[in-house]
Design a protein around this ligand. Structure first.
Ligand code: ZN
Length: 105
């Protein structure tokens, strides 16, 4: 279960445009800055731009996938979006049972 620190992040936020992707990246970056989240780097990531670098620039790959966990309760989150063909993606907890609400813009 999520804790007080990450409860607001336990949403499925639909990413359908570059603007929404930018917003999701900003929110994740803010939560890393205030030490709510920490980035988790999967072992099989071959080409890797650290999230903090991505958040600083406006440039991202055709496919964006980043993983995070709450530093307080270990709840896992991920941000994934296919940007090139515009099919989009989501910000969401890894455990769908942790989704408190769906946000579609
Ligand atoms: Zn938490």
């Amino acid at each position: 279960m999520a804790c007080d620190r990450c409860a607001d992040l336990c949403v499925r936020y639909a990413i359908r445009s570059p603007r929404e992707l930018r917003k999701a990246i900003q929110i994740a970056a803010e939560n890393i800055a205030d030490r709510t989240l920490v980035e988790v780097v999967p072992d099989d990531h071959c080409v890797f731009v650290p999230f903090v670098e991505l958040a600083k620039s406006a440039a991202w790959d055709d496919y964006v996938e980043y993983h995070f966990r709450c530093m307080h309760c270990n709840e896992a989150f991920w941000l994934h979006a296919e940007t090139y063909h515009g099919s989009g993606g989501n910000w969401e907890p890894r455990d769908s049972a942790s989704v408190r609400k769906n946000i579609n813009n």
